[in-house]
Design a binder for this molecule. Sequence first.
Ligand code: NZQ
Ligand code: ZN
Length: 385
Amino acid sequence: MNNFEFFNPTRIVFGEGEISRLSSLVPEKARVLVLFGGESARKFGTLDEVKAALGDRHVSFFGGVEANPKYETLLNAIAQVKDENIDFLIAVGGGSVIDGTKFVAAASRYPSEPMQMLKKAGSDLKEAIPFGAVLTLSATGSEMNKISVITYAAAKAKMAFFSETVFPQFSILDPVKTFTLPPRQIGNGIVDAFIHVTEQYLTYPVNAKIQDRFAEGILQTLVEEGPKTVEQPDNYEVRSNLMWAASQALNGLIGVGVPHDWATHMIGHELTALYGLDHAQTLAVVLPSLLEEKQQQKQSKLAQFAERVWGVQQGSEAEKAAQAISLTREFFESVGVKTRLSDYQLDETCIDPLIKHLSDHGMTRLGEHRDIDLDACRRILQRSL
Ligand code: NZQ
Ligand code: ZN
């Protein structure tokens, strides 16, 4: 196991009806801005519940944070924070709204231009407005991590930043709030959480038994419960397990002391930025091809994955690895997320622009061995057609 340090200060308040806890979680004198997305939070009554729980506090709203939250949109929220002397933020939504709120929290207290903060990936952040989240879509783990991914639409670029100043103070996870998700977002959530685990697990062995077994537990839970969620949207027990699995997948715990890959995410971000695929759709397209490309290097962990997650006991290590990759692809398809570029009306003409963007963004040495160069990315994308 490699050396590591672990820190995660986010308080999780889990369960049905827990939005009412906002009354005690938010400071009494706070001037609050509630950020939300398109219409789901209003339509399904979550905003009303949040407002009621906040009682007499000063509460304003900022709606319209889009999926893949845009820098350009969020600048308006920063202006509102300044105009109204806001000192506490609440994100009501999925990863996009939470990531957007992290950006507003950090950029509002940043002494220079918000774009500078993004360009430095948050490395010189000293403070942020405190904030909490009410999660309505389990997928990204943003509710319990220090990561934010912002889209700079003008340059068709997804820019991530990281800082301990943007850990949510608390996140309320009420599984009932996810009952209203459309099938596409349920599938997306399952695939995103699954691939957050594989990015930290399907690398090479470092004898990190706890991390491996936690990772395998999350993957098994997603495989068992994922399809049930699609079939039984209002099954509370199933939703609860899915929700907690997704938070655990990217709250830092399984990633301590082990190598990380993240190449699937980096290639996927360019696919969203250029062609508008949902985040999880891009991952479902890239991961199986990337695993095929790197099958030999990753063989030992792929075989372990085959045995422990998929129950494959027959065959050589190489055969088990190959079977794990096919089962993974089938699983994504089974929860409704397609795994080929052609499923999203993209053909090989999409590849050159993707490679150019990867190059422009310095994504030229990806993967746990930093050996996924632009040629390897091209081969991966060609396999994904
Ligand atoms: O806008 P509304 O109307 O609210 O609809 C949303 C949105 O269109 C809808 N939705 C959310 N909760 C709902 C609901 N619809 C019905 N009922 C509900 N309860 O779902 C749509 C998608 O929401 P979004 O927040 O975009 O999805 P997700 O949680 O998958 O977030 C994706 C974003 O997170 C970033 C991605 O890059 C992408 O920008 N990521 C963030 C990470 C992090 N912070 O750690 C890591 C991830 O790898 C990822 O990169
Ligand atoms: Zn992701």
